[in-house]
Design a protein around this ligand. Structure first.
Ligand code: ATP
Ligand code: MG
Length: 424
């Protein structure tokens, strides 16, 4: 392992040229008449050959008889994407959360595909596809209503010859170095998320004993947990979210560094934190996740509003009710509206500002407008809450003075409002 890292760091200067040469030699034979979806070109390696390669790469091959994934649970878009790429001569697998969820007998939320084709090559295979992203360049392949996310195998950011960027603290801020399936598996977060399923052969390739961990109910970080959290502090939140959602126990070594590394979350751009918090709140397990965040000391400073609100007994009850409401909706298959949730989470901030403006002699309604603008300007900006949510949040807050006028002080009026239940 150390030798491999040293080799990478001290690689000869001409490695880029060499790599480009091998890549183009590899791509050449199928390039001239690479098909768009629907045309045939059987250049794909046989299932046996890839099994052989994978074993050479150190992966375990788990056959259908052992993993028992039901192929009927796969989305047709995912199968068509993989078949299209394989027909064009590329390797392609379902990877990440979908394989993990299938092994846990859950219905996957979405299907991500990993391939050795570059984004441009994927884009050429599928007429209805587009390249997206900067931090990670991906391709979205469209089939009717379904969007399948296809990513090229990622290599190590230690490679000097790709498009990647790492800060002094070790945080990866750009990661567009392509690599082999082995590299790709190594840079994923948990062993359970590094499983590659080929629907054609129905084999699962397991590079980090994720299959055994899933069977034992363990969520385990790949590699050295400290290094992996320094590279990307959001992984600490993912540990909490995924263990709560999937009912997996956190491996002790994965858990150990979190308390002392929690502060690294301060350096993560607010927009990324917001995306991750939204996933956490809308996972159907928000209550457990928020409790776990507190146990792990991850809630401080993470969401300023959560800090403020959870510290006051009334606020905590209010937040927990809102989260329970959201969990119930999600678990019963309904949608939940993030604007309503965030309006609730920030309500106590608005209330405090409103009281101040009223005490200053402003009439009820103008005082509310001033309070809303103030909270949006400070909290919402800090949390990078998107404009499309803040408009609805203001609308919901704006209803609150009416509750107060009709029914006296009813802090829970907001939660019982019909629009709260109406979803997006
Ligand atoms: P969910 O079911 O919530 O979608 P997921 O594990 O699929 O969970 P995604 O954000 O969809 O989460 O990511 C897809 C895959 O990408 C993961 O399974 C994992 O292999 C990899 N991944 C995502 N985020 C990270 C990260 N921060 N560091 C390393 N690998 C990651
Ligand atoms: Mg996913």
């Amino acid at each position: 392992m150390i030798k491999k890292l040293l080799d990478r760091i001290f690689k000869p200067k001409n490695s880029k040229a060499e790599r480009a040469k091998t890549e183009s030699a590899k791509a050449e034979p199928s390039q001239s008449n690479r098909p768009v979806l629907g045309t045939k070109k059987p250049t794909r390696k046989s299932a046996d050959a890839s099994k052989h390669d994978a074993n050479k790469n150190g992966a375990l091959t788990i056959t259908q008889k052992n993993h028992q994934i039901d192929r009927k649970l796969l989305s047709s878009g995912a199968i068509k994407t993989i078949e299209g790429l394989q027909k064009a001569g590329f390797e392609a697998y379902i990877v990440g959360g979908a394989v993990r969820d299938l092994l846990l007998k859950r219905i996957p939320k979405d299907f991500d595909i990993a391939t050795d084709a570059t984004p441009e090559e994927v884009n050429r295979v599928f007429r209805r596809s587009r390249i997206i992203g900067r931090r990670f360049r991906l391709v979205h392949v469209l089939f009717g209503d379904e969007t399948i996310e296809v990513s090229t195998f990622r290599g190590s950011h230690l490679e000097a010859d790709g498009d990647s960027k790492v800060t002094d603290s070790g945080r990866i801020i750009r990661d567009n170095v392509f690599g082999s399936i082995v590299d790709d598996a190594l840079r994923r977060d948990f062993t359970a998320n590094a499983l590659y399923y080929d629907p054609s052969s129905q084999d699962v390739l397991d590079f980090h004993h994720g299959f055994a961990d899933i069977q034992a109910g363990i969520l385990r970080m790949i590699g050295e947990p400290e290094t992996r959290y320094a590279e990307d502090p959001v992984r600490m939140l993912r540990v909490v979210r995924l263990s709560a959602k999937l009912g997996l126990k956190i491996d002790p070594a994965t858990q150990a560094p979190i308390a002392s590394m929690a502060d690294l979350l301060q350096d993560v751009p607010p927009s990324r934190l917001f995306d991750e918090m939204l996933k956490l709140f809308l996972s159907g397990h928000a209550i457990e996740s928020v409790s776990a965040l507190r146990v792990q000391h991850l809630h401080h400073g993470l969401l300023p509003m959560l800090d403020v609100v959870l510290e006051q007994p009334m606020g905590e009850r209010f937040v927990m009710l809102a989260l329970q409401n959201t969990d119930d909706r999600i678990l019963s298959g309904k949608s939940a509206n993030p604007s309503f949730l965030f309006a609730t989470l920030l309500w106590h901030e608005v209330l405090a500002a409103w009281e101040t403006y009223k005490a200053d002699g402003h009439p009820l309604i103008p005082a509310m407008h001033m309070a809303m603008s103030e909270v949006i300007a400070t909290q919402a900006e800090k949390l990078a809450i998107h404009n499309r949510y803040t408009a609805t949040m203001k609308e919901i807050w704006g209803l609150q003075p009416r509750f107060e006028q009709r029914a006296g002080k009813r802090p829970f009026g907001l939660l019982t409002h019909p629009r709260y239940r109406s979803g997006v």
